[in-house]
Design a protein around this ligand. Structure first.
Ligand SMILES: *Cc1c(COP(=O)(O)O)cnc(C)c1O
Length: 373
């Protein structure tokens, strides 16, 4: 049996005719940048995320950068975030000239620990970027309370978390901004790069639209120095079709996670493998990734065994951001964020995409058993 980590071909086959028809329409119109298709998607995403406004942008990375730019965050400012995330979260902070400041994660959710945030606040702190890692919201009530107390902006990196919920609220509607990515491997992916920023604040929304088009208030009149952060019509048209299927796909991922939970509980792997623990989490996990922790220093050995037996898997993320060569100048060292570092040594993502069959999940768990027992 073969179980890929992700295979989008079956998903596309089901929507091919509809998508090709839409692509044809956009080509006939020869209108490729922003326009009606992008406005339609923005309104659909606002509804889906329970947010008042959405602004389509070029990628999830740019969504983070434009939110920081609109807030005027730059040199001399500090932004608190997690060292256990995809590079772009921290890259965005550095690219606007601000200083990333790390706070360690919660060992159960892998998301930033609010208690650790408060210790890192200084006079220079301007914002917090919590990440909803793997599709599970960060502890947003506590983060928002800290932000309100210290007058900080909250930019939710929801790039892996479209449709996830925290106490009944959708990711992207909880902080000042929500940043989403439509990279093909995200739960809602387009056919290239794309992203969107959500906000509930009309003034921030107006600024986002101006910043995404070189800071142009009206044609060739530049109020701010923005950039080209414009979303393509083609991508928006594809995304509008796929968005209609998203809840069905999310349910498929959740069904697979429940099957894994049963299979792990019935296996001989107790103590050797820790599946995601959701008992106390007040929300909806959308499983962009399904990550287990592998004990006894055997993660790399298991990863190789799975690959040799045609089970796709991957490590998100093998090296924390404070340990990356490009961030050496921040002055952190190994041991500064022990929970993040331990997690990066033990974590392993398993196949979870909705089209997987129960027999394939059984094969994944039995192969793990063979490797470790
Ligand atoms: C994917 C991702 C991004 C960046 O999104 P792109 O669209 O690839 O630029 C940022 N943050 C996190 C947590 C991500 O997973």
């Amino acid at each position: 049996m073969r179980v890929p980590l992700l295979d989008l071909r079956e998903q596309f086959a089901g929507l091919k005719d509809e998508i090709l028809k839409e692509i044809g329409e956009v080509c006939d119109s020869q209108m490729f940048i922003l326009g009606k298709k992008v406005e339609k998607l923005e309104s659909e995403i606002s509804t889906y995320c329970g947010s008042k406004y959405s602004c389509g942008v070029t990628s999830g990375s740019d969504a983070l950068i434009i939110a920081l730019m609109v807030e005027g965050i730059g040199a001399g400012d500090e932004v608190i975030t997690t060292p256990f995330t995809f590079f772009a979260t921290v890259g965005a902070i550095a690219r606007v000239g601000a200083t990333p400041v790390f706070a360690d994660i919660d060992p159960k959710t892998f998301n930033i620990d609010p208690v650790k945030i408060e210790e890192k606040i200084t006079k220079k702190t301007k914002a917090i970027i919590p990440v909803d890692l793997f599709g599970q919201c960060a502890d947003m009530d506590k983060i928002n309370a800290i932000a309100a107390k210290h007058n900080l902006i909250v930019i939710e990196d929801a790039c892996q978390a479209i449709g996830s919920e925290y106490k009944g609220k959708r990711a992207g509607s909880i902080g000042h901004y929500g940043c989403f990515s439509f990279f093909p491997s995200k739960n809602l992916g387009c056919f290239g790069d794309g992203g969107i920023v959500t906000t509930n604040d009309p003034e921030r929304y107006e600024k986002l639209k101006i910043f995404r088009n070189h800071g142009q208030g009206s044609t060739y009149i530049h109020k701010y120095i923005g950039g080209n952060f414009r979303l393509d019509s083609l991508q928006a048209a594809i995304l509008s079709i796929k968005l209609r299927e998203l809840d069905k796909w999310t349910e498929g991922r959740q069904r697979n996670a429940a099957i894994y939970a049963r299979l792990f509980a019935a296996s001989k792997l107790g103590g050797k493998v820790t599946p995601p623990a959701l008992a106390d989490f007040p929300g909806r996990h959308i499983y962009n990734q399904y990550c287990i922790l592998v004990a006894d220093g055997r993660r790399n050995e298991l990863k190789q065994y799975l690959i040799d037996n045609e089970v796709g898997c991957n490590v998100y993320y093998p090296l924390c951001l404070h340990q990356q060569e490009c961030f050496q100048s921040l002055g952190y060292k190994k041991g500064d964020f022990p929970v993040s570092e331990k997690t990066s040594e033990e974590i392993l993502a398993l196949p979870i995409y909705p089209e997987l069959q129960p027999e394939q999940l059984e094969y994944v768990v039995s192969t793990i058993e063979k490797a470790l027992c």
